[in-house]
Design a binder for this molecule. Structure first.
Ligand code: BDP
Length: 582
């Protein structure tokens, strides 16, 4: 799926801003005909979660309806018209002018529907989107999990979601209408290799085609190009080929250089029918022995697990928050992040491409338990999400690895085949990036990690274990890391370690919840992790404080951020900066 773009053959219209909104606590708006006219009682902003926009919606995890009327410009009448939602949590249904167009499940990836045939001309069009945000065990991530299946904390939290972030509902990412011509470029997948100093770019292009002509591909600023003749009879075409970039400028954090692949669809008279520009970077990323190699050189990942989370916006994408976060990541000297615990917005990843931030892209599979592995329902659903995620993100040079799950129960026999099937599925879609999953308990007895390219661990020695005893916590962490390598013999990434600190609380000698304790714990443990020859990175949990369900261990928000929720540095941020910029 291509990210919507304005080109000489395409246009887009943003539908962001205020929409009419109605909560549907009984989930019977459809019976009442709300898709043909919403009894809206308020306006709500898009993109943003609904929860923090009105007090009475804060704890509303039901179904919300959105409606907007728009008249379309005559200039797009001959085009195909599409509606794209960047992400809406969780199950979305789209109606145009009262007619159902389609449904999409999943809270963190985009969906697109062609709406050409539903549009009326010369009058307003009513766009209605129903977003069902109910928390359920068969949703990804799963909520309302049976307590006897849980392997870590979170029992009795409100709401009961078995993952440690607030289950914000609503349309969280941009909504656009965009156009394509009737024959159009549907999808572009790039992958790159480097041989001596040249870049080899493999390109796969899918097109819908009703004309004879050709597809022309070129890399701007270079003399590499390639073209392929098309027959009018080839309604669905997929072509594949490769281009060479001599003396390629390799994408890396110090020089995140992006090439532009221009794809043109031409008719028989060589008139450009459709055109799209796909950015990409030339780089390689592999695991070799115990090292992660970026462009053939070992790299150690320093940075954070984070969240899409900000006051009032909830999980809403806002460019100012992205600008601030990337600015702080740069300030502190982080080279990488994990998109814990779901795929982040397109806008985040585009920014990361431009800034040279390395990203471990994670699925929304948090906290799977035994019952999820029984039967094929969840496995099939999970594979569909992986397909959507890889399809959306494959061209981003910033993504250097996939993480397919966080803290699932990987200790029951059924987990073996389940996680192997996820690995095999992801590899079959993208064999150019290493793949991992994240473990949170001892690796002895884990049946899933062995299938993955590197091991990821979340470890809280000195916090959930050895609480308040930092020396002891550091000693145990050191031992456990060695043991993990001894058992699995694979490179190890610490995807989480850290401590809560309430900004402004100072205690000497350091105690739990003080800024001093968090600062000392994160810096000491970072040094331990870094000192091991088999580790490939250390991500502090977490970048900024973030909202969670209510539970006695959370002081309104999870306080493990080294920045507060409004992005002010705690002591740990200053200390990590000293360490990382040394
Ligand atoms: C880990 C989870 C993360 C939590 C963190 C914590 O992966 O989502 O927020 O612990 O407890 O178990 O702070």
């Amino acid at each position: 799926m291509l990210y919507p773009q304005i080109t000489p053959t395409r246009t887009l219209i943003s539908l962001d801003g205020f929409w009419q909104f109605a909560a549907d606590p009984d989930n019977n708006g459809e019976q009442q005909g709300w898709h043909s006219g919403l009894p809206s009682d308020r306006e709500i902003a898009v993109p943003a979660s609904w929860n923090e926009q009105y007090q009475d919606l804060m704890y509303f995890f039901g179904t919300g309806w959105y409606e907007k009327e728009i008249e379309l410009p005559r200039s797009v009448r001959s085009d195909k018209i599409w509606l794209r939602v960047g992400a809406a949590n969780y199950l979305s249904t789209l109606w145009v002018n009262g007619i159902e167009v389609g449904q999409h499940e999943g809270g963190h990836l985009p969906f697109v529907f062609e709406i050409t045939d539903f549009i009326t001309w010369g009058g307003p069009n009513r766009i209605t989107i129903r977003v069902d945000a109910r928390i359920m065990p068969d949703r990804l991530p799963p909520g309302a999990v049976a307590e006897d299946e849980m392997i870590i904390g979170f029992k009795g939290q409100y709401p009961s979601n078995y993952y440690d972030f607030f289950p914000y509902g609503g349309i969280n990412r941009p909504v656009v209408l965009f156009t394509t011509p009737d024959s159009y470029i549907e999808n572009i997948h790039t992958s790159t290799k480097v041989s001596s100093r040249d870049g080899e770019v493999n390109v796969r292009i899918a097109m819908k085609n009703r004309i004879g002509g050709a597809c022309r591909i070129s890399i701007k600023g270079t003399d590499s190009s390639w073209s392929r003749k098309l027959e009018a009879s080839e309604a669905e075409v997929e072509i594949e080929g490769s281009l060479t970039v001599a003396e390629a400028r390799l994408w890396c954090p110090e020089d995140p250089f992006l090439y532009e692949l221009e794809v043109q669809l031409l008719d028989e008279q060589s008139v450009v029918v459709d055109q799209y520009v796909q950015g990409f970077g030339i780089r390689t990323v592999v695991i070799e022995g115990t090292k992660l190699l970026l462009n053939g050189k070992p790299i150690f990942l320093t940075g954070f697990g984070m969240h899409e989370d900000f006051a009032v916006l909830g999980k809403g994408m806002h460019p100012a928050v992205l600008a601030k976060d990337f600015n702080l990541l740069d300030w502190i000297g982080a080279n990488s992040i994990r998109t814990s615990h779901y795929p982040y917005s397109d806008e985040f990843l585009h920014y990361a491409d431009r800034k040279g931030l390395l990203v471990i892209g994670e699925t929304p599979f948090v906290g799977f338990v035994r019952s999820h592995y029984q039967g094929n329902t969840i496995r099939d659903k999970a594979q569909r999400v992986i397909t959507e995620m890889v399809d959306r993100d494959i061209n981003h040079p910033c993504i250097i690895a996939w993480s397919l799950a966080n803290e699932g129960d990987t200790f029951v026999p059924e987990a073996d085949a389940f996680y192997k099937s996820l690995y095999d599925h992801a590899k079959s879609l993208d064999d150019s990036r290493p793949i991992t999953i994240v473990n949170c308990l001892d690796v002895e007895g884990d049946v899933a990690l062995k299938h993955y390219d590197f091991v990821s661990l979340n470890r809280y020695h000195g916090w959930y274990e050895q609480a308040g005893r930092l020396d002891e916590g550091c000693r145990v962490l050191d031992e456990k890391l060695d043991r993990c390598f001894e058992v699995l013999g694979k490179p190890v990434m610490i995807t989480e370690f850290g401590a809560d600190a309430v900004a402004g609380v100072h205690v000497d000698p350091p105690e739990l919840f003080s800024e001093e304790y968090q600062a000392e714990m994160t810096t000491r443990q970072y040094e331990i992790i870094k000192s091991k020859p088999y580790t490939i990175g250390a991500h502090v949990w977490s970048f900024a404080d973030f909202k969670t369900s209510q539970t006695p261990s959370r002081v309104v928000v999870n306080r493990k951020g080294v920045f507060t929720r409004d992005r002010q540095p705690k002591l740990a941020a200053h200390k990590l900066k000293e360490l990382w910029k040394r």
